[in-house]
Design a protein around this ligand. Structure first.
Ligand SMILES: [Zn+2]
Length: 97
């Protein structure tokens, strides 16, 4: 039940850069309901029942709905539950006008 989050053993930016994360949307840490693995996924705000114009930095993972995304160990699209909004990774991508 520890709420400590250690990202030291994961390369979140590397996961986000992976094609498996997806092409568009905001970065979220999400857990696959099929196999239980946690991966960084890009998700469009509409997919998690948020306004497209919402500020990712103000979103809480608990506000987001489950979304469908591909999971390679599950060999197809499965449901993922958001566990964290990685708005920090978004900032690292720089401002786009
Ligand atoms: Zn899976």
């Amino acid at each position: 039940m520890s709420s400590d989050v250690h990202h030291g053993d994961r390369d979140l930016e590397g996961e986000l850069a992976s094609p498996a994360a997806g092409q568009v949307g905001i970065p979220v840490d999400a857990i696959c309901v099929g196999c239980g693995r946690i991966r960084v996924k890009r998700v469009r705000l509409e997919e998690v029942d948020q306004e497209p114009t919402a500020d990712p930095a103000s979103l809480e993972a608990t506000e987001l709905t489950s979304f469908k995304h591909v999971c390679y160990p599950c060999e197809g699209a499965t449901w993922w539950n958001p566990v964290a909004v990685l708005s920090g990774l978004l900032e690292n991508e720089g401002e786009s006008a």
